[in-house]
Design a protein around this ligand. Sequence first.
Ligand SMILES: Nc1nc2c(ncn2[C@@H]2O[C@H](COP(=O)(O)OP(=O)(O)OP(=O)(O)O)[C@@H](O)[C@H]2O)c(=O)[nH]1
Ligand SMILES: [Mg+2]
Length: 321
Amino acid sequence: MFKDLFGRKKEEVDNPDGGLFEKLRAGLDKTRKGLAAKVDGILGSYSRIDEELYDDLEEILVTADVGVGTTMDIIDNLKDRIKEERIIEPRDIKIALEDEIKDAMRQSGLNNTLEIDPPPAVILVVGANGVGKTTTIAKLAYGLKHEGKRVILAAGDTFRAGAIEQLSEWSKRVEVELVAHSEGADPAAVIFDGIQASRARDCDVLICDTAGRLHNKKNLMDELNKISRVIDREYADAQKEILLVLDATTGQNAIAQAQVFKEACNVSGIVLTKLDGTAKGGVAIALQTELGIPIKFIGVGERVDDLQRFDIDDFVDAIFG
Ligand SMILES: Nc1nc2c(ncn2[C@@H]2O[C@H](COP(=O)(O)OP(=O)(O)OP(=O)(O)O)[C@@H](O)[C@H]2O)c(=O)[nH]1
Ligand SMILES: [Mg+2]
């Protein structure tokens, strides 16, 4: 069931832009053109279902960054379904394909909800350079605040010049508190202070930014481990989410990044950003089926309200519908 960050259902959302589902659809325009429109084209060009048609479908999915393994599974299952349901018209394949994609994504049995209740909760946001971590934190803070939660931010990226200032700007804009040290400070110490502040102010959710450097895997692991240990030790009573932010425009590279971060820390969910700027939205299908980590949010723009909870049915419907 589709719900926005404020817990509203699709039909409850009534705004001039045509609602959240329409926004999702608009955000996935490029992926729709690269995937669904091509599927339509192929199905329309065949008069019967044969191997060549399946090969063409396979190529479309792989080109749309669905991933080779996931694509093969989807096509194999599609063939079985076509036989079982005695589908003979190429144009009837589309619904079956949509169902197979949904099934493949669901089969992982992953839970796509953000586990932050009962409070307190801490969300550690990790990911490579420039993928959208800080922006995602602002969007999450905005959405959670509007759900009535008390939110506090911790500026754990003390590495990049300007990172603290950037988060500070966002905290003012979305009107949530910020805990920050100066550039070069120990990120674990910032998170430690964030936890104390969160306790003292009885906050529901503490959201922690981190530096996005991936050039040295050992450094990354050490730093994330240290932060994680501080959270486990100082905030043992809190729900803990580690959200990995991935940039959809990087396509299959996002999968490679996810593998690295999966080794470095206990990632509990993925935020897939910048879906609005890419035809590579199919990577969401590969991520959800191949990694064993659920996608929890998707970014469909740069504004604070451009973050949506991830819902498999709505995502696939928005691409194909
Ligand atoms: N179009 C679009 N742009 C986005 C989205 N999310 C983030 N961005 C943009 O991506 C750029 C980088 O975002 P940041 O939030 O600074 O990324 P970061 O991961 O914190 O970067 P570092 O701190 O340098 O590692 C900014 O220009 C954001 O506006 C999205 O969903 N859609
Ligand atoms: Mg940042």
